[in-house]
Design a protein around this ligand. Structure first.
Ligand code: PEP
Length: 249
């Protein structure tokens, strides 16, 4: 049985004190989740939040890592540094990184490799923009994203990757993919994994949906056979909403 998961992505929100308050609230509310729960926080929160969540089932992720192992890259944070905080996961390939920081397939492939080398599990994001969906090109887009940055992995390493399908037109817009659109794309992604790694790996691959998933629509999205959970942006910033989404999985 593949892991079901709800992961929050705080993005560039919350001061350290606000982040500690939110993590504390979540620790109190999320005691026995039926799925793996992850919160991705800004780099500066990681060590504090990992410490705070000791004894809690909630895992911690970084939202990004550098595409170099170490050295003279002022302002960057390496995968080794992330791992040294005790974080378990690292989001890689979020559309905001692709769009605003020009992260291409090669850069993302390097980040995936560095994350894995340092014991982190990548949560690798893929998804098409509005124009690509309107031109019915979504399948070729996600296929190219997978081939460009994760399908070079051997089976053992690929098994450590969580995929997140996030149609870019749905992120932070209030527009959600319909449950049918989500299921159709997740089944397609799973078929690509099967072609590359075989049926057993495909069946074990966790594929999250992200894009305006909230406390109201989560249950309907998660009810689909190939939707294994969610990557949640805005709604992960409120303990009430995030807890409701966790309970919907
Ligand atoms: C995200 O950025 O990963 C995301 C899914 O954002 P939102 O839930 O706010 O659309």
């Amino acid at each position: 049985m593949r892991t079901k998961m709800v992961a929050g992505n705080w993005k560039m929100n919350k001061t350290l004190q606000e982040g500690v308050a939110l993590a504390t609230e979540l620790k109190e509310r999320v005691m026995n989740p039926k799925c793996e729960v992850v919160i991705a926080t800004p780099f500066i929160h990681l060590a504090t939040v990992v410490e705070l969540l000791k004894g809690s089932p909630i895992h911690v992720a970084a939202e990004n890592c550098a595409d170099h192992a170490l050295g003279a890259y002022t302002g960057e944070v390496s995968a080794a540094m992330v791992a040294s905080t005790g974080a378990d996961y690292c989001i890689i390939g979020h559309s905001e990184r692709r769009q605003y920081y020009a992260e291409n397939y090669d850069i993302l492939r390097t980040k995936v490799d560095l994350a894995l080398e340092n014991g982190l599990r990548p949560i690798f994001c893929i998804g098409e923009v509005k124009e690509e969906r309107e031109a019915n090109r979504q399948n070729e887009v996600v296929k190219a994203q997978l081939e460009g940055s994760v399908f070079h992995l051997n089976e053992e390493n690929f098994r450590r990757v969580v995929l997140a399908y996030e149609p870019v037109w749905a992120i932070g817009t209030g527009l959600t993919a319909t449950p049918e659109q989500a299921q159709e794309m997740h089944a397609y992604i799973r078929s690509l994994v099967e072609k590359k790694y075989g049926k057993a790996v495909a069946e074990d691959t966790t594929i999250l949906y992200g894009g305006s998933c909230n406390a109201k629509n989560a249950a309907e999205l998660f009810a689909n056979a190939d939707v294994d959970g969610g990557l949640i942006g805005g709604a992960s910033l409120k303990a009430d909403d995030f807890t409701t989404i966790i309970n919907a999985r």
